[in-house]
Design a protein around this ligand. Sequence first.
Ligand code: ADP
Ligand code: MG
Length: 396
Amino acid sequence: MTTTSTTTPAPVLDTAYFRRWLAETDRLVRRDSARLTELDAVIGDGDHGANLVRGFGAVGAAVAEARPETPGELLTLAGSTLTNTVGGASGPLFGTALRRTGKVLGATAVPTGAELADALGAGLKSVQKLGGAEVGDATLVDALAPGIAALSDAAGAGRPLREALDEACRAARAGADGTAALQARKGRASYLGERSVGHQDAGANSVALLMEALRTAVDATEVPAGAEPGPVAESVAEAVAQPVAEAVAASDPGTEPARGTRTGRVGVVLVSHSAKVAASVAELSGALLGSVDPAPLAVAGGTPDGGIGTSADLILAAAREVDEGHGVAVLCDMGSAVLTLKSLLAESPSPLPADTRIVDAPFLEGAMAITLTAAIGGDLDSVLAAAEDARQYRKR
Ligand code: ADP
Ligand code: MG
């Protein structure tokens, strides 16, 4: 006890620390996966544990592969990976949080506790912008906001980092526990209305784990990169294979979720030279949504007579079909599809719905990112930013 202060060095928030944070999160998410899934099963759809195991497993693989050098680079990569691999609403939400935190840390090699709190605060803001949740809506925001505020207060008051992180853990845990008393107003749990009261939110519990990992990472030892390739590789493969299998199993049209039954979301249009490609990419993107209610989506594939090419008429019809007044994101496969769309946008006045934008991303990854972000209610800027994320997801 008496020697602690002299023998324990102050924590250093360097890249190795943030790698340990992500590895610790992966460990805790695996440890508590069943519990997270159980919480989500009561007021959601019972996939939250599996979603995060898949996502943080993929993060571990991506980090081992790319070996980012700064905390900012590392967190940006982790965020993009989560957005691209989780497959549920929590993917873009956690992904946006980490990506924004990484962007704000920028090239800083060793942020202070206060700088970390500021960057996490920016991450929280982008989550709220994307998902529209305020404190009190019984979502992951109810653990994230108090956790970050506690870290910010304690670090700002000059408290030692370990203590500040202890405070953050306690506040996030209390916030997660507190969601039981709240009625869910965002996410799937909100569909239950008052019946959601009495149950803790799954995502808030995950945030409590992330905060716990932020604390334990200070004194944890690093697992060598790539030490566990098996489960990671499997979880990435599952990210694609499992929801597709579910979609195939549920191909009975009677079980398909109703499209466009909720208003107020960004419309998505996929344009390909081939009708089959457009339809297949739409099918895969829809399948990866799992149980998230899809945003309006239409395809413009090939020419009206069934040939290979691009049709301005089909693009116009698709954009008008999905427009609900909140913008339309159009993703093209290549060449003339892009040119056709650009020429429609350049007409004065443009025949396209107001706020129609070109998405700059690879076709399949972009389609998955924008479909998911639009589905969870992200605005047009968020949908375009998610596509940007998809563009940065490297495969080697
Ligand atoms: P899904 O709801 O698509 O099945 P997950 O089960 O992985 O995705 O994640 C559910 C969690 O995501 C919820 O417990 C909640 O904390 C969080 N969440 C969902 N929608 C929102 C939102 N609009 N804003 C903030 N958090 C949300
Ligand atoms: Mg769920």
